[in-house]
Write a protein that binds this ligand. Sequence first.
Ligand SMILES: Nc1nc2c(c(=O)[nH]1)N[C@H]1C(S)=C(S)[C@@H](COP(=O)(O)OP(=O)(O)OC[C@H]3O[C@@H](n4cnc5c(=O)[nH]c(N)nc54)[C@H](O)[C@@H]3O)O[C@H]1N2
Ligand SMILES: Nc1nc2c(c(=O)[nH]1)N[C@H]1C(S)=C(S)[C@@H](COP(=O)(O)OP(=O)(O)OC[C@H]3O[C@@H](n4cnc5c(=O)[nH]c(N)nc54)[C@H](O)[C@@H]3O)O[C@H]1N2
Ligand code: SF4
Ligand SMILES: [Mo]
Length: 726
Amino acid sequence: MEIRRSYCGLCHPRCGMLLHIEDGKVVKITGDPDHPITRGALCERGRLMLDHIYHPDRLNYPLKRVGERGEGRWERISWEQALDEVAEKLSKLRDEYGAETLTFTHGTKRTYHWDCRRFFNLFGSPNTCGVNTICMCPSYATEYATYGGMVMGSEVTGAQCVVMWGCNASKSNPMGMAPKIAVARKNGAKLIVVDPRRTKEAEKADLWLQIRPGTDLAMMLGWIRYIIANDLYDKDFVANHTVGFDELKDAVESYTPEKVEEITSVPADLVVEAAKMYATVSPAVIPFGLGLDKQGVNSTQCARGRAILRAITGNLEVPGGDVFGQAANVGKVHDWEYLELNDMIPESQKVKQLGADKYPFFGFPGWERNAAANKKLPKGYAMPPEAWHSNLAHAREVMNAIITGEPYPVKAAITLANNPLLALPNTRQVFEALKALDLYVVMEYYMTPSAAMADYIFPASTTVEQPEIWLTNGFCVACPQGIDPIEERKDSYYFYRQLGLRLGQEQYWPWETVEDVYDHCLEPVGLTFQQLAEQNGLFGEMEYRRYKKFGFGTPSGKVELKSSIFEELGADPLPVYHEPIWSPKSKEPEIAEEYPLILITGSRFMPMYHSEQRQIEKARKKVPDPLLSIHPDTAADLGLAEGDWAVISTPLGSIRQRVSITDAMHPTMVDAQHSWWFPERSGKLPELFGTFESNTNVLCPDAPEFCSPEIGSWPHSALMCRVEKE
Ligand SMILES: Nc1nc2c(c(=O)[nH]1)N[C@H]1C(S)=C(S)[C@@H](COP(=O)(O)OP(=O)(O)OC[C@H]3O[C@@H](n4cnc5c(=O)[nH]c(N)nc54)[C@H](O)[C@@H]3O)O[C@H]1N2
Ligand SMILES: Nc1nc2c(c(=O)[nH]1)N[C@H]1C(S)=C(S)[C@@H](COP(=O)(O)OP(=O)(O)OC[C@H]3O[C@@H](n4cnc5c(=O)[nH]c(N)nc54)[C@H](O)[C@@H]3O)O[C@H]1N2
Ligand code: SF4
Ligand SMILES: [Mo]
């Protein structure tokens, strides 16, 4: 038996895998004990890789639609024919409507993404859109504006105080964050959890703040006020390395513990205890948590609130704190922003980005300011902001343009590593948009509901069939290809390069394979991809408090407690709390009367990853049906028993999920699993694999009043619903 090193890409961390190969076929998968980061560990989803590689439903050849859209009739064609036809259609559409007529919908970073952005910049369209507007980007873009980098590397194991704020680590990051918290706890660290549900971490926490969803910003303002009023802030850091402290002090003045209790439902003494613990036990970390990014109207300012807390308590760029700087040697590797070629898109095209008029901070205007401030620092100090993460068109505006032709026609879309019908809010509108396209191209592993709406489908290779490098603040690790691609599956670089070659972009795609690209990226550190793999990664010494030498990558060179970039773009430069639009206390009391329960969606669960693994028998055995978590008293009031089907409704529509009774929920709220569809059902319209039946995004709104005014992030949490027995 031959054993080859490769890696898992069934979610983000790229855990090292060993492929055991017999007669050219992988027969077993185990963790790679020599992997420098993951050291042999694989989670329960990673152990499904074998079922995924050879699943009979995998797409292996390009398909062209032959019937009506959504009719499920396909013809197998060659890659050459498919690429030629798509390129020709794109060329014609660009001639007729301009390059902005092509959009892209993306999911969470699952394969290369710089290739997509490179292609779009060269094609001339600013309209890539997708889930990043709510996933990490409120945090990413805002932290760049506040201190010139995004904290991806909270040093949890070295921390003495860990705050899990809207982060469900045991289910969302069982290999990365969860074990780190365990190490920190062993070392005596305090644990504070701010979450409306009693998560696994909350059960073990020193303090659990069971917050009313969507009110976190009020809690943050309360902590900031308490910390300032009680002289618990880092005076030296604030005096020497921040701007806007006095204005901040005024802005939080009214957020007394009593007011915070009134808004958040967390008792005032607990608010005080938590603020005091966070400010006095150091070093402390508040890692990223999607519970903040996905709450809509306050999400961007929540990211500001968290950034400000980290800064004024002196926890930025210290050992065991929240770090974002890059190790100097690792910083030399050509990064993703370099590969994106963001300078190639003409000014006249940038200004057409859909949504940038409403949400100036997120599109080119915000990104360009963040990028310019980053460039003032020595290269490799902090990664430059990727356009992929923080310079997007707004998905709602794109869907509207597809449907209405306003402000201009959007006729073509590419979807790669995304399932927009399950991931984006307001599913009906996404569906109408996909239906209205002249050309819809999808690159996928499986026939998903979104793929079923396509004109052309390209088969995607699995991570073990393609190489990658994993580049972070502190290290760069090679992720080797383990096997040749099966049948006609290919990687996204091949797809974009081949389209690019057909569309006049020859000079910008000099590297034939993705490994050639990575050889190029590694030139500045004198390595090839193979050498990086052989030496088992490149690791850097983190240098802390480099701001003392260089300052921060912001316009002022300091941490901007009051953000000049926000101010310049007409956004609130200091955080201002807004009551969620649908809430028990909202301005529209009839909402709370008709839809009396608070709805949160999408709390992660294993082994599923968003809409994936629904085809994999072992995964479906564990979680056969979509689950709605509900408190025992609430279930009893509604006449619901464990396993009943319940109908969940919001003003946008209704779905059904099975009742799961748990006192981890607060009696006033329910939690619905997200991204459910049923590959075992018919993929033809109107059924479309049951896309509209249990999919929480049928319930989630995306109208402007629900979205954060700075970047337009929509709510998948902090909503209101009605639950009834089916
Ligand atoms: N209601 C609700 N909605 C949510 C959320 C929520 O909490 N609640 N969470 C949101 C968040 S944070 C995110 S990130 C999004 C996730 O949104 P998506 O990223 O769209 O989620 P997935 O279901 O993982 O879809 C990825 C699709 O791409 C395919 N795929 C996976 N890897 C590859 C690859 O390497 N190449 C190609 N070509 N295809 C690949 C998979 O088969 C799958 O169909 O969902 C968002 N939507
Ligand atoms: N198993 C699994 N793991 C995943 C994924 C997956 O689909 N499945 N997706 C991956 C992706 S793309 C992402 S972005 C991460 C996200 O991972 P996490 O950051 O852990 O996000 P979630 O599990 O969506 O939600 C985190 C917590 O937020 C809480 N929450 C909801 N609303 C609020 C609120 O208003 N305030 C506060 N304070 N908390 C709130 C929920 O109860 C939940 O416990 O997970 C990644 N890991
Ligand atoms: S699915 Fe599990 S094994 Fe695979 S990358 Fe994610 S955490 Fe690692
Ligand atoms: Mo995400």
